[in-house]
Structure formats: C-alpha cells, structure tokens
Design a binder for this molecule. Structure first.
Ligand code: NAD
Ligand code: MG
Length: 381
C-alpha cells in the first residue's frame, strides 16, 4: 500500500484525488488530509478515508473538528501543522494541491525527504522554480505533474530524449472571455469570470483562466519542469480542451495527449506512474467531438499572458512578484474591489515598483512574496 498525504483535500483537485484513491483503494491509503477551513467536508472525508492525521489551517476550525472527531484521528492546526506533517509524517506520496504560495513551504519539506510529489500547486514552481528543481535533484525527489498540460507533455516525453525536443505546444481553452473584445472585458462581472467553459475548478484558478494568467503560470511551470527556455514553449488556443498539450520533436514529428477533460486522469497518472492502470473516468468518443480547432492567443487582449512571458524572461524574483501580485489582484477582483482589467494593471505596477533580485534563496523568495503582497494591497488603481 502507498500512503498518501493530500494537501488541500477539500479543493477541486483534492476531491478528484480522493475519487482516484477510492477507485484504487487496494493500492493507496490516505495518511493525512489537510484543508483551510471547510471542516464539514473534511469531517466526511475523515470518516470515509480514515487518515491518521488531519491539518486544519484555521485554528478555531481545527478545535471544532477535534471535538467533532472525538479522538478518531489526530488534528493539527496552522501553517506549522502543515510543516510538521510534511516534515515528519510517515507517507510515500505528497499530493500538493493547496492553492497559491501557501503550497510552497510544505512542498519543499516533502522534496527534502525525497518523496514523490504529485504537483498540482503550480505557484510552487512559478515563485521558486529554481530552488524547487535544485532541491528535487539533490534529494532525488520525483516531481510528477498533475496540471493537465504538463501531464500531457510528460506523457509525450516517455521514451524520448529531452535534447530531441523542438518545442512544447501548450494548449489553452481561452477561458470564458475568448470571444469577447478588449472593450467588453472592461465590464465583465465576477460571476461571468467564474463560469469556465470546460473545467470545474477552484475560484482562483478559474479567474486565472479568464485572464489567461493561468496559461502564463503554466508556461513558467513548464520552463522549470522540462528545463526549456521561452523560445521552446508555444501557447496555442484550443477551445475544446481535448488536446491537453503537445511536443514537437526535431524531426518535425508531433506527439499529443488527448482525452475528454477530467483531472482524475492526470492525477491517476501522477500517482501510478510509470504504470497505467485501468479506470473508466473518461470516455473519449471521436465522432461526437465534431471539431478540434487551434489559433494564436491574443497577447494584447490577455495582458496577463504577456506579463508572465516577460517575467519568465526577466527571471530572478520577477515570477515571484508576478505570482504574489496576481494572488492579491485576483482576491480583490473576487471581492469586487477592482474591475477585471485592473488585474493586469496591478500586477504590472507591482513588477515596476519592486526591485527584481537575481540571486534567489528561500528567504529571498519569502521576503519578496510578502513585500509584493503588502505593496499590491495598497496600490491605487
Ligand atoms: P481549490 O481552491 O478548489 O482548493 C484549494 C485547497 O487548498 C482547499 O482544500 C483549501 O482548503 C486549501 N487551502 C487554500 N488556501 C490555503 C492556505 N492558505 N493554507 C492551507 N490550505 C489552504 O483549488 P484547486 O482548483 O483544487 O487548485 C489547487 C491547485 O491546483 C492550484 O495551485 C491550481 O492552480 C492547481 N490546479 C488545479 C486544477 C483544477 O482542475 N482545479 C488544474 C490544474 C492545476
Ligand atoms: Mg492546466
């Protein structure tokens, strides 16, 4: 049995991961579950999956859950609880599915123990890719992508040598505003931005998909995962989200990975790799797909995508600033404090105001993240 520590079990990736574990309960068991504050769902999950530990970020909610569970499992709390469990817990695989920068520190603790990381939390690689990849090599920790595009690329690369890659072609659905004009984007509402055409995900990544920042973050994620520069990574809009991404090789051949969109597929692959196990989560029936279309992304309309490419080229702490400013801007948009098009404006201002450092260590990243958050919170729009 492989023991799983699932960070963020009440989220969209968390719930999908538990569906995969439920299906393969003869090979996987849950060692620990963690959540921010949704103890109603967490309690149900504990009753079904019997973990040894749970961690609740919110300390009051942790106390409440402890009373509800009545000794059924050990309840830890706060960010220190997340570090404690990743640093000392007895598990085989970490599923890193917290949202945002909060996922970085516990993921690093797990990497330092040489664990397999099923990585959904892309912000970890965006903010601190260089450190994370270096540590993964040093401690022999395998990072298996859960993000569907990166899982697709990873699958296309099985049996291939990295030096034969001509380029990665990352597909983007284009989100709910693909067909709107720049003018229309001025007036879009939170409710419209939360309606993703193809995927059912947490609020932050759904807004990131609407601004196309998600694709920008994914380009940076791919840069670190596959050790390739900007000139080797293309983005192509593919509204149907059937081709999850592609790799073009030096002989002109292109491999793609396709399926109906369902995150359980890349989650399962990250957990069972190098094996493929039988499951019936998705059924892709070509005659009913009608058409698969592809076109260039509009960098003028989706300024976040351009900001992300630029931050990647700049390097150093620029992607960390981009990420932190984006998290604050998205929060402000979700709270209806700013308009949709002010998201890229705030990020741009933050990138222009904060000094970009080239020498990166963990403390520099923590400081840079904090400083950017403080600044972005106070910026006028
Ligand atoms: P979500 O908002 O649905 O879930 C986030 C989880 O993290 C929840 O369990 C929540 O309780 C917990 N959490 C949030 N903030 C926390 C904090 N500060 N401390 C501790 N716990 C906290 O998000 P999601 O859609 O599941 O996405 C999770 C990650 O996976 C993100 O990085 C996202 O970009 C990535 N991802 C998601 C999808 C998807 O289909 N949802 C696809 C690809 C990648
Ligand atoms: Mg993705």
């Amino acid at each position: 049995m492989k023991k799983i520590l699932l960070l963020g079990s009440t989220g969209s990736i968390g719930v999908n991961t538990l569906e995969v574990i439920r299906k393969f309960n003869d090979i996987f068991e849950v060692f620990a579950l963690t959540a921010n504050s949704n103890i109603t769902l967490l309690e149900k999950q504990v009753k079904e999956f019997n973990p040894k530990f749970v961690v609740v970020k919110d300390k009051n909610k942790a106390k409440e859950l402890k009373n509800l569970l009545n000794g059924k499992c050990i309840v830890l709390s706060g960010s220190e609880g997340l570090i404690e469990i990743t640093k000392n817990g007895d598990y085989d695989i970490l599923v890193s599915a917290l949202v945002g920068f909060a996922g970085l520190a516990p993921t690093i603790e797990s990497i330092k123990r040489g664990k397999r990381i099923a990585l959904a939390n892309k912000e970890t690689l965006v903010a601190a890719g260089e450190i994370v990849i270096e540590l993964a090599h040093k401690y022999n920790s395998e990072i298996l992508p859960v993000d569907s595009e990166h899982s697709a690329i990873f699958q296309c690369l099985v049996g291939e040598e990295n030096k034969t890659i001509e380029k990665l072609i990352i597909t983007a659905s284009g989100g709910p505003f693909l067909r709107k004009s720049f003018e229309d984007l001025k007036f879009v509402k939170v409710e419209d931005a939360l309606k993703h055409p193809n995927w059912d995900m947490g609020n932050k990544i759904t807004i990131d998909s609407a601004t196309m920042m998600n694709k920008g973050l994914e380009v940076i994620e791919a840069h670190w995962l596959f050790n390739l520069g900007k000139d080797k990574i293309d983005v192509v809009v593919h509204p149907q989200s059937i081709v999850h991404s592609m790799v073009e090789f030096i002989d002109g051949s292109i491999k793609a990975q396709l399926s109906m969109p369902d995150m359980k597929l890349p989650i399962q692959y990250a957990l069972t790799y190098p094996k493929r196990l039988e499951s019936a989560f998705v059924d892709t029936h070509f005659p009913t797909l009608k058409e698969l279309t592809f076109f260039e992304p509009d960098f003028n309309k989706f300024q976040c995508l351009k900001l992300a490419f630029d931050a990647m080229t700049e390097g150093g702490t620029a992607p960390c600033i981009l990420n932190a400013a984006n998290e604050i801007a998205v929060d402000k948009f979700l709270n209806k404090e700013i308009k949709f098009l002010q998201i890229p404006e705030l990020i741009k201002k933050s990138l222009e105001s904060i000094e970009i450092l080239n020498k990166i260590d963990f403390d520099t990243i923590l400081e840079c993240d904090l400083k950017t958050r403080e600044l972005t919170l106070t910026l006028d729009t």
